[in-house]
Ligand binder design. Structure first.
Ligand code: OOG
Ligand code: MG
Length: 272
């Protein structure tokens, strides 16, 4: 007689799970965390789902423009209950305009957070990429806002869920480029985060893995472990320095990074 069927279905089909996440995003519908049905899902398998999800967008014509880091600061880890860094993929259609507006109805329940963005001038790869390597390979730095929009209810997820869901990626905005950053101390960089003109929080570069450049070095090493490189031209978001803020229609957000400059974004009720 066959043994009683196991309660946990084995993980077999990255494509089917990617389709589920892709539809949730397209239809702005929440889904149950994948780990509720697949408690044994591993981070490695979850990156396979993310890859299949990104390939679905690419098949629809979306161009890959870079990567976003997640859970690189204690503020972010504590806010979401996930205590390991992850990465997601940035697609061209996610990019908004500094000082511009995004329609709220494009999202499910967006939140906004300030980050440091790197634009790579050279390929980076290898198992031992350092902060210095990152600085040397960077073409420009930008103040940035990351708009996250989990496809899971109330942003409640386990590590594999949020990896599969492309690190809650939804939109991002880059502020002006700073090309001469050689004298900029990224660990000492301070950000003040404003919602509707009111200063809500502040953070420091060192809160992000010691320095935002360390976070990018971690990304290059993590990509290397998957047989991939961080290519020239890629945009990389460092991960948030402070906890994210929920968005209501009409809200305006601004991150002021001192010598790195400012970046801002508002949310219109709907598509103009
Ligand atoms: C996952 C995305 C994490 C960050 O900056 O830490 C992230 C989430 O918080 O839903 O973008
Ligand atoms: Mg983020």
């Amino acid at each position: 007689m066959p043994a009683a069927s196991s309660v946990d279905p084995p993980f077999t089909d990255a494509e089917a799970l990617a389709r589920l996440l892709h539809e949730a995003e397209a239809k702005r519908q929440l889904i149950l965390p994948l780990t509720e049905r697949l408690p044994a899902l591993t981070p490695r398998e979850a990156y396979g789902i993310q890859q299949a999800l990104v390939e679905r967008s690419q098949a629809e014509g979306a161009r890959l423009v870079g990567y976003k880091l997640g859970f690189t600061s204690l503020a972010k880890q504590a806010a979401m209950g996930v205590y390991e860094p992850i990465y997601g993929t940035l697609l061209e259609g996610m990019q908004g305009v500094d000082g511009g507006s995004l329609p709220l109805d494009r999202f499910i329940h967006p939140r906004v957070e300030p980050e440091v963005a790197f634009v790579m001038g050279r390929d980076l790869s290898g198992p031992a990429v350092t902060e210095q390597d990152v600085r040397a390979a960077t073409a420009s730095l930008h103040p940035a806002l990351d708009v996250i929009d989990s496809r899971y209810e109330a942003f409640r997820f386990q590590l594999p869920d949020v990896i599969a869901d492309n690190a809650s990626g939804a939109a991002f905005v880059l502020g002006p480029a700073i090309a001469s950053f050689q004298d900029l101390d990224l660990a000492a960089l301070e950000v003040a985060f404003y919602q509707n003109g009111r200063r809500v929080s502040q953070g420091t570069g060192k809160d992000v893995m010691g320095s935002p450049a360390q976070a990018v070095a971690w990304l290059a090493r993590a990509l290397h472990a998957q047989g991939r490189i961080l290519p020239a031209g890629a945009v990389v978001l460092s991960g948030a320095l402070v906890a994210p803020l929920a968005v209501s229609a009409g809200d305006a957000f601004e991150a002021r990074f001192g010598s790195l400059g400012n970046v801002s974004l508002t949310f219109a009720p709907q598509e103009a």
